[in-house]
Design a protein around this ligand. Structure first.
Ligand code: ZN
Length: 242
């Protein structure tokens, strides 16, 4: 369904909806309705939006926010500092203590806000995708570029050394595959980006099956074809020698 609501408004609602603070999208008016259980008469208001014209925005749980803190810790390069933060999360009152601790490291604090914002953006984009909502103003979408690489340009990330086609899923052919490589200018961190990558690969290159290599400077898509049956459904993995 197409809606004329700004991405920022939906993102704000995704970020602030709880089990007591509700947000609904009014599909006919293209606006967001806010209902707080701290206000009188909220039960009647909730009844009014119990209707097909409204879509409820899911409540954020403390666990959702806990996971964001956790994923942030994985990004701290200083291991002893990461350990300190990890300890905080394993003790009582993790949210309060995390906040206290992050305030002691201004540079990290800056990165924490960026990380949190990015995660909320991804949650919002995932929710839009799952709910099949198409926002008219596409400014929030990154400009996705996919370009095919010449063989000499391909830089496979170290942890994927030896990666390649192993077997055709249709006829079980095990060698002679031809592989093409494509470079992405974004990382496919949410379902909407993933969907758009799929669309571009189909329309621009007529490819429906591809593998994904992340971990290098840029993400790489691999496209292989079976030399025997021409199927594009190829099982890929690390090929061990000997
Ligand atoms: Zn085959």
């Amino acid at each position: 369904m197409k809606l004329k609501i700004s991405f920022e408004d939906i993102k704000d609602a995704i970020e602030s909806t709880s089990f007591e603070q509700h947000h609904f999208i009014d599909k006919t008016k293209n606006e967001i309705v806010f209902i707080s259980e701290h206000k009188e008469d909220y039960e009647n208001k909730l009844e009014e939006v119990d209707h097909n014209n409204f879509i409820g925005i899911p409540a954020r749980t403390t666990d959702d926010d806990f996971q964001i803190m956790r994923s942030f810790i994985y990004k701290i390069k200083d291991l002893s500092l990461a350990q300190k933060f990890d300890d905080v999360l394993n003790r009582k009152k993790p949210f309060r203590n995390f906040r206290k601790m992050i305030n002691q490291y201004p540079e990290l604090r800056e990165r924490w806000f960026e990380h949190y914002d990015k995660e909320i953006i991804n949650d919002t984009m995932n929710w839009l995708c799952i709910s099949d909502i198409d926002i008219e103003d596409k400014n929030f979408m990154p400009n996705i570029e996919i370009k095919e690489l010449e063989p000499y340009e391909v830089k496979i990330p170290e942890e994927f050394e030896g990666f390649g086609s192993i077997a055709c899923m249709k006829c079980n052919t095990q060698d002679g595959f031809k592989t093409r490589y494509f470079e992405l200018n974004v990382s496919n961190e949410n379902m909407l980006i993933d969907k758009e990558i799929k669309r571009i690969m189909k329309t621009k290159y007529n490819v429906e099956n591809y593998g994904h290599l992340s971990g290098g400077k840029k993400e790489i898509l691999t496209v292989s074809e079976c030399p025997k049956c021409k199927s594009g459904k190829i099982f890929e993995g690390i090929k061990y020698e000997g």
